[in-house]
Design a protein around this ligand. Sequence first.
Ligand SMILES: C[C@H](N)C(=O)N1CCC[C@H]1C(=O)O
Length: 681
Amino acid sequence: TLFSNKKKKRKKICYIFFIVVNEFCERFSYYGMRAVLVLYFRYFLLWDDDLATSIYHAFVALCYLTPILGAIIADSWLGKFKTIIYLSIVYAIGQVTMAISTIHDITDANRDGTPDNFTFHIALSMLGLILIALGTGGIKPCVAAFGGDQFQEHQSRQLNTFFSVFYLCINAGSLLSTLITPLKSVASTLMVFIAGSGMYVKTDPEGNIMWSVCKCIGFAIKNRFRHRSSSYPKREHWMDWANEKYDKLLIAQIKMVLKVLFLYIPLPMFWTLFDQKGSRWTLQATTMSGDFVSILISTVNPILILTLVPIMDRLIFPLIQKCGLNFSPLKRMTVGMLFAAMAFVSAALVQIEIDKTLPNFPSSSESQLKVVNTYSTTLNVTISPNEHLLIESFGSSADYVTFDHQDITVSLNTNPVITKAFSLIKGGRQTLIIPSDPTVMYLKEDVKSKPREGKNAIRFVNGYTADLNITNLDSIEPSATTNYTLVNQGKRDFVLRHGEQWCEFSRKFGFGASYTFLIPSTVFSDDCESITEVEDMKPNSVHMALQIPQYFLITTGEVMFSVTGLQFSYSQAPKNMKSVLQAGWLCTNAVGNIIVLIVAELGKLPKQWAEYLLFASLLVAVSIIFSIMAYFYTYIDPAEIEAQVRKEQGLEPEEMEKETLEMEEKDEDQKNEQGVKQTKI
Ligand SMILES: C[C@H](N)C(=O)N1CCC[C@H]1C(=O)O
């Protein structure tokens, strides 16, 4: 017996392995593709930021809505195993379609590097994304439930460990997704899953269960309405009004599912905060300094998951249990939400620090002006009515001057005095460039937000007497100013050239700054030494390491909320509706994304820190509501309830046991048969 038990255990570990590796590969493909999706929209389809992020969030929401479809197909028709196989094929076709849509040569007849027919590429990529959403979402509830199906009722501890390992694999896949192409991984997902085919415990679909559920609920509502008069005796539950027509077992199962789905109503708020990690927090990082921006943003969450899940499972939760505290799944989920709220408080505190260092940008009715002097002497600049600035040669005004009107007159104390009228841009920042011939002074528009992705915006004013060529820039005429170019952090070299003459100029950049470099007429004689720099915008000074606490808090919250939610959804579902409840759980994520799309994108508060605090407060309020709902929830053992109903229906427990035994024997025979077949091959 001992030997056969050990053998069974080893076998189980083996086929669980196929399932978790399958999830690893799938998430690998999904997150790998998601990581480059916004870039594809921005730089290939040339969409603007808003459209790119909206379509991105809509796609993520769709990926978490399609699980309903997958669950219906699995529980009512194909069964989980076949659903996973078929929808994985749809998934792979989606990835191929998406890959084809990125080949610009297909419509680039004139070979200029730009597609000629954007509509074709957009249509193809949208089709690809829909297929991917159908594939990834469709299989997701089935894989989790299918994994759970491999355990027997008494193995609840192992079941919990399975879901933790399952979540670890999701995040290992997400972490490594940037290294290997998504396409290969879809193919391997399928192969790994099929490889374990002969070993799985496959539960058959029980007819069109979803249709029966809908009909049963519809009948209960109609029947209740028909008997609304007080002369009819009350029933314990409104679903009991379906007793006249429907099987007691089905009614009991629907009650279990509805109870859990009702509990899920407040949960999307967690995902609303969680999903802003990829949008608001990423933007926050671009206003901070530090060398590890991209690594931090794309990897910190999965790395923390890989560390925190084992720590929680093996250390924290057992410790809490040892202290005699009942840290039930719903309590864990509530605490998870509170952690996410704390993460947003932490984000707000970081934002307040960042705001202290941000430039004072003009409001929509104001205009800002700075003056740069490349004239040969110091100038006294008067800007009507009462702004007086003393600006050295090859220097600038100390900071921007803010005006609440747009029309200004500038006078220079040259001989004769030069006076010129300008109209400033409302809500804009500009620089008045005074060249070597001040009569042609002109306005140049400046950046009025922090350069993206921690880059630096730089430009040059040519005070040299002839055209100049600068590395990677077009030639600049004398007295002209280049447009801004974005440069990365670190040391950058520029070569300035005019005919045979040249000199090299090096500059070390931080993050998110903006500079105007003034090139004097002596530039070649002093080997670029005399180039001066005007700081239009200071580099970011709040270090990105300050974001670590918020990532740590939200990931701790995720471990408590998401891993527990996954386990809870499986354990509280009746046998024939496991995928449906997994789909319901995943839908909370979809709704969360839709809320981000609607509320966070449309209703921006003027202060970012205030928006973070608002979201934190909302989640605290929601977690209080959830904890009250959880207080009234009684944990159930679906198998026990089903057995009890069966018993009430006259099916003796012995018969049931016999039935179960027969099924197990059948399964065992089937597996042995497969094993023999495989050996023969
Ligand atoms: C990458 C996340 N840490 C994560 O594991 N997930 C976010 C949404 C649910 C879950 C997933 O299944 O991808």
